[in-house]
Design a protein around this ligand. Structure first.
Ligand SMILES: Nc1ncnc2c1ncn2[C@@H]1O[C@H](COP(=O)(O)OP(=O)(O)OP(=O)(O)O)[C@@H](O)[C@H]1O
Ligand SMILES: [Mg+2]
Length: 256
C-alpha cells in the first residue's frame, strides 16, 4: 500500500511518440494532495497525451507515472478507482436528460441511492431547473457543468479536467472555476490542462508549461512571472485581457 505521504500524482521522465512524432520527451512533475495543478501548453503541445497516460487510456513509451502511489502501467485498475476524467470534449449523452445521465453513472459505479446522488449533484451544479430536459437542449456551459458533475459521482480523490473551459463564455468559465476551487477546498486533487494563462492564474497552486515535449517552466504563478516573460506566455495572456474587458462590461466579476 502506498504511504499516506505519497503525492497523488508523480510523473518521471514520461515519453510518448505517435509513430515518428515524439510528443513527450521526458516530462517530470508532482502534484500535492488537495492542490490544483495546471498544465499549460499551446495546441498540440501534448497536454491531452499526458492526461490520457495518467488516466490509463494510453501507455507511455518510457518513464513512469503513479496516481496515489499506483503505477499507471502496472496497476491501472487501482488508478481508475481513485480518479475521474472530464475529457476535452463533453462525454454526456445528448438523448438522456441531465438527471438520467447522473443516475446512469451512479448505477454504473454501483452506488446506493443513485436518484439521491443525482439530485444532490443537480443542486450543487445549478442544474435543477434543467434536470428533466434532454442534454441536447443545454448550452455549452450547462453541458460542461453536467460533465464535471458526472465525473464527481463516487467522490474520486483525483480529478483530471482536460481544457474544462475551452469554448465557454466568460461567465460559464467563471462558474467552472468556482466549482474547481470548491473541489480543491474539499480536499480533492485537481489536475487541469488549459491554454489560458488567466485560468491558471485564477485557479492553480502550481503551473507547469509543456513545450516541445518537456516542462520548460514550473512553479507558482509568482515563480513563473519572475522567470518566464517570453513571447509564448505573452500570446496566451492576450485572450484573458479581452476577457477582463468583457467581464467588466457585463459586470460579472464577482469574487474572482
Ligand atoms: N492518436 C494519435 N496519433 C497520431 N498523432 C497524435 C495522436 N494523438 C495526438 N497526436 C499528436 O500529438 C501531438 C499532441 O497532441 P495532444 O492532443 O496531446 O495535444 P494537446 O496539447 O492536448 O493539444 P490541444 O490544445 O489542441 O488539445 C499533436 O501533434 C497531435 O497531432
Ligand atoms: Mg488536448
Amino acid at each position: 500500500m502506498p504511504s499516506v505521504q505519497t503525492k497523488p500524482i508523480q510523473v518521471k521522465g514520461l515519453q510518448k511518440s505517435y509513430k515518428q512524432h515524439q510528443v513527450l520527451k521526458g516530462v517530470d512533475f508532482e502534484v500535492e494532495a488537495g492542490s490544483i495543478f495546471a498544465l499549460l501548453g499551446s495546441n498540440g503541445a501534448g497536454k491531452t497525451t499526458v492526461v490520457k497516460i495518467l488516466t490509463t487510456l494510453l501507455t507511455p513509451d518510457g518513464g513512469t507515472a503513479a496516481i496515489n502511489g499506483y503505477d499507471v502501467a502496472s496497476r491501472p485498475d487501482h488508478v481508475r478507482q481513485s480518479i475521474s476524467l472530464t475529457g476535452q470534449f463533453a462525454a454526456v449523452d445528448e438523448i438522456l436528460t441531465g438527471r438520467e445521465n447522473l443516475v446512469m453513472i451512479a448505477k454504473l459505479r454501483y452506488l446506493k441511492n443513485p436518484r439521491q446522488i443525482a439530485d444532490e449533484m443537480l443542486t450543487r451544479f445549478g442544474l435543477t431547473d434543467a434536470a428533466d430536459r434532454k442534454v441536447s437542449t443545454y448550452s455549452g456551459g450547462m453541458r460542461r457543468r453536467l460533465d464535471i458533475a458526472l465525473s464527481l459521482v463516487g467522490k474520486p480523490q483525483v480529478i483530471f479536467l482536460d481544457e474544462p473551459t475551452t469554448g465557454l463564455d466568460p461567465e460559464a468559465r467563471i462558474e467552472v472555476w468556482k466549482i474547481v476551487k470548491e473541489l480543491a477546498d474539499g480536499g480533492t486533487t485537481v489536475f487541469l490542462t488549459t491554454q489560458y494563462l488567466e485560468e491558471a492564474e485564477q485557479l492553480a497552486d502550481r503551473i507547469a508549461i509543456l513545450h516541445e515535449g518537456r516542462i520548460i517552466a514550473s512553479g507558482t504563478l509568482s515563480d513563473l512571472k519572475k522567470m518566464f516573460p517570453s513571447a509564448k506566455v505573452e500570446y496566451v495572456e492576450k485572450q484573458p485581457t479581452l476577457e477582463e474587458i468583457f467581464l467588466n462590461i457585463v459586470g460579472k466579476k464577482e469574487g474572482m
